[in-house]
Write a protein that binds this ligand. Sequence first.
Ligand SMILES: [Zn+2]
Length: 466
Amino acid sequence: MSQKIPISILNIKHTPLASTINEAPDIEDQEIVEEVLQYIGKAGYRHISDILLFVIPDLVNRNILNPNDPIIHVRISGDGRNVGRKVKHVMVTCTILDDILNIHKADFHYTTILYPGVENYETLQNVMEPMISELHNLVINGLIDPNGTKWKIEPYFSSDWKFMAIILGFNAANANYFCPWCMCTKKDIGNRDKIHKIEKNMNQIQSSKPPPGHLKAPLLPMIPLDHYVPDELHVMLRIWDRMWALVIQELKSENRFDDNIRRIISVEMQRISVRFHFWQDHDTQSWSYTSLMGGDKEIVLQNFNFEVLFNIERANLINQLWRDFYVLYKSMKEPETDSALFAIQAKKWLDLFLTPYQGEPNTISFKKGLYRPKDITPYMHVLINHIPEFIKLHGHFGLAAFSCAGVEKKNHDQVSAFFRKTMKNGGKGIERKSAIFEILYYENQFMYFTQQSTFDSVLKPQYFQI
Ligand SMILES: [Zn+2]
């Protein structure tokens, strides 16, 4: 039963040595870290076609897919969790965009590949090799189910910036040509008179003379470039980080970033029920602060009152910037959002971000502006220029359908549950194979029972008590 979707364990050739990851660990539990390190060099793989053939009957049964109009919109995603400071747990998943009611649930993102190791181009190219040729084949030839229906596969991709850049063979976000979709340069990022459209395509990227920044061949060239959709959650998280850093930077530049101001910030966070604190690094003496999760960041966007830090005029301006960004973030995710209206609102937000100073410096009439063009980040560029296009192209799903929150949760939960020497419910008569196999085996079982329960609820006669 659980073998319905076969599981292959692959050996990864040329596993690079783990080097220290320069990011905060997502999982720090020492027992898990040690276990994960033991599996470096191995990868688990389930064929996308096996997964699709398994889920199609249920999707047809629930009227999500229509055999008379046989098309499946398949979204591929990738995620790497930091397990300790030496290794990542990397996962590539597929999900059915058409199943819009379930798309945000972690259990509806099906693992096709998973491995502990390094999240880089060479390793992914190596591990994904069979999956890449499989997806290529599916996109070209479609998928024939046991009833003889030939399904057309329409592929999409969504992930955070780093993973997407690797898949596209593209350089890092801090390079001069930083944008995967257009030819905007770092110099032009603050030019508010220019609107950038998606101007590259996969044919150009694959050619022998690709646009600047495309250093390596794309790993998934069968997915059209305008089907690479940025993850809405990361758009919010990273723009939030920038806005927060700008506030802290301003306090520092005015020599006000002291114990008192740190206390005021903590108290205001407490008022809005967000757990937040500062601490000082022993070696560097620099101050760090809590890295907030998405939900807390949303609370701060809506409720943090900057009057506790700045004079009323300036606080109003900054409050407005944070509240307006929240409204923009909410409407970005809605399926009914009008792309033209969103483009106007996003542009207005950028104008607010770039509010210039007024009056003569060093006179009483002088009014400080907000931020400078060079403070604009690649994610802001994407929000202003490309999100309106993505809303227009894929808005029928709603951009929330491209969120990677479900994939991240799945990866985090699986690592926490399976990479332990003594599993909570394991060990009882079950001989442990490998944690990689166990994760995929468990997922097979879960998919089987989920499907059985929906079939049962539809097929079994229902009895109601009157
Ligand atoms: Zn761009």
